[in-house]
Structures are given as structure tokens and as C-alpha cells.
Ligand binder design. Sequence first.
Ligand code: NDP
Ligand code: MG
Length: 392
Amino acid sequence: PVLEHAMKNIVILGSTGSIGTNTLDIVDRFPQEFRVVGLTAGSNDEKLEAQIRKFRPAFAALANEAAAARLRDRCADLPVKILAGNEGVAEVAQSQEAELVISAIVGGAGLLPTLAAIRAGKQIALANKEPMVMAGALMQAEAKKHHVRIFPIDSEHSAIFQSLEGHRREDVKRIILTASGGPLWGFSREQLQDVSPERALQHPNWKMGSKITIDSATLMNKGLEVIEARWLFDIPETQIEVLVHRESIIHSLVEYTDRSVIAQLGLPDMRTPISYAMRYPERMPLDLPSLDLTAISTLTFFKPDHDRFPCLQLGYEALRIGGTMPATMNAANEVAVEAFLQSGIRFLDIPDIIRSTMEAHAPRPIDTLDDALDADRQARDKAESLVHALTR
Ligand code: NDP
Ligand code: MG
């Protein structure tokens, strides 16, 4: 079916990643719907070159300067302007022709370019949850000021967004975020203590980047998502609950005051929420398998296990404390996850490092971007010293 509207010009921040490549898959399926005007990544010049050759953006950027120089050589025969560094990435996010920016960098590195896109008045399709955790109030204030809408890509938040459509906000009783429980649900404390990065990276339902997969294993992903929901939907944490649902079929639910519950269901495939964020309020005719509930037959639900997976509670705690605490928690988590993947700290060291970093932090209000970035830097230093003490 042909949809009747103008071509939409998009920029993808993090185009070489899991969300980025899923987004380009949608563009590939609907070439008359989207024009790619900018692509950015961190350091993967080879993959970005292939994407540039295929989608022919006017602008591209790599955060890593040496990789950007290599990319310039690789693309010397193409009419693409290649920028370098974080500033280069932020510049592509603001390109004149862009209407919609897909924010899909992993981690706090996405804060600067995403905020730059908001300030340039670009609509945002947001996968990159860490900036919302670090500076959600600031991002929403800027979005309001620049008449920008932020459409969620994160599957739970897309589900809530869809379940809120056509309903009165004052009738919402609570929102219920579902959690798969991740790759290590059901593991004992002893098993968790010795779990390898390879095992923790085996997610049962979703193929994602390594950072979010480890977040899913610790349940920190859900802690981050509670904070993301707080700011995306302007709802207090007392009205946000988490339900473990192993099959990832119900993507989240909203309960209303009359006890009616509206949920969004579907097979786990990020192209559904990505396409909804890209073409809202229209739905794109995606050629994917339909949900067959008789084939699935059973859906299971559990309470989160805070004892074995303390990171979810840390998320609630950071949100309650507010100010710079969520940014501190997020930075400590990024450092701890990286250390688990690269330098041999143990799985259960991750929550310990985050908690210790939070305990050492005296929270301040966040009024400016620098307030968030300062807290981020300080927490990284603190968390890195804790990692160092564990690995030396
Ligand atoms: P990936 O690790 O697969 O991809 C990350 C992307 O960000 C890559 O393009 C990478 O480039 C780029 N990047 C990394 N560091 C930097 C940097 N310093 N500056 C600029 N670009 C950088 O991550 P995912 O796609 O899995 O996740 C992206 C975001 O979306 C995360 O915040 C995640 O939590 C969120 N999300 C992801 C979901 C998923 O299904 N994957 C689901 C819901 C949310 P390079 O390849 O060069 O390193
Ligand atoms: Mg999610």
C-alpha cells in the first residue's frame, strides 16, 4: 500500500548499531517514505562506509577522529561531507534538511547530539535512553521550548505511548513496565557470581547491543526505563510498576482508574516500535510474522527479584533522590558494564560499584547541560577507581 504524504528526511545517530541497522532496514523497505540525510557512528568506518554507499546521505560523522579520517579516504569518490568528533556528530544531528532524528547512540555519549537536535527543532525518535536518565527534565523542557515531540522507540515505552493514545491522562492509575527478566533470570546468587560475559550476553528474546544486553541481565535496563518513563510520560515513580514477563509478548500496560487495563502486544521485533516512532500516527505495513497466541499458548508473570537483581531498586532510588543522582547512577553503570565485559570484574560487582558510587555522591540540582555532564564525569572517575581497586 502506498501512503499519501511527503518523504521524510531523517538523520540516524548510531546507524551502525542494533537500532540503527533496524532503522535502515525500514528505510530500505520503504525507499519512497524516508530520505537519509545524515548517518553517524562511533568508530566503525567500514560499516558506515557501506551504509553511506547504499543510502547516500549528504552528511556523515564518526565520533572517533582517526576513524573519521579513514572514512574520508574510503568515501573520497562520494559527494558526502564527513565530520569528526562529538561536535561533528552533533552537527549532523542539526543538519538543515533533517526533520526527524533517530537517537540510537548507546550511553551518555548521546546526550550532547540528541539535545543539539532538540534545540535545532528536530523531531526525535528516541532509543537512546541514557540521556533521558541523565537529564530528562532538561530534555523535556528544551523539547517544549522548541516545539519538539520525542517519540519513544524503547519497546516498553512505545507500548505505553500506544496504550495512552485516545485516553485522558488524568484517568491513568499506573503504568506497568514489563521486563523479560533478561538472560540470567532464575540464576542463584552463586551462579550469578561466576557468570561469564558470554553467558550474560545471551538474551532469550532480543538481539541487541552488548551494553543493553548486560543491563537486561542485571535488570538495570528496567531501572533506566523507569526513569525514562518518568520523563517521557511526566508520571511520578509511585505510579510506575515493573512486572517480569518472560516471553516479551506484552510490551507494557496502562491501568486506568476504572481498573481497565490497556496493553500493547506483539512478537519481539524492534522494527515495530521504530516504524511507529518514525511515522506516527500512521502505521507502516511491515512484512513480519503475525502474533500467534495459540502457538505461544502460555504467558508467564513474576515479581522482580530485588535480592538477586538489586539494580532495579537503585533506579527507583536514584529517581526519588533526583537531581544529579540518576546521571551518577547511569555513569557508574556504564563504567561497571564496560569493566565486566573487558576487564574481568564479576557480575555482582556491577551493582556494588553503582551503589558505592551513588553513596559517595552529594546530589545537586540539574539546571544546565554542564550540571549533568559534570556529574557524569565525576561518577565515571569514582566508578573507575572502584573498578581499579577490584582488578589490580
Ligand atoms: P549498539 O551498541 O548496537 O550500537 C550503538 C551505536 O552507537 C553504534 O552505532 C555505535 O557506533 C554508536 N556509538 C557508540 N559510542 C559512540 C560515541 N561515543 N559517539 C557516537 N556514537 C557512538 O547499541 P543498541 O543499538 O543496542 O542501543 C542503542 C541505544 O538504544 C541504547 O541506549 C539502548 O539502551 C537503546 N535501546 C536498544 C534496543 C535494542 O533493541 N538494541 C532496545 C531499546 C533501547 P560504532 O558501531 O562505531 O561503535
Ligand atoms: Mg526496553
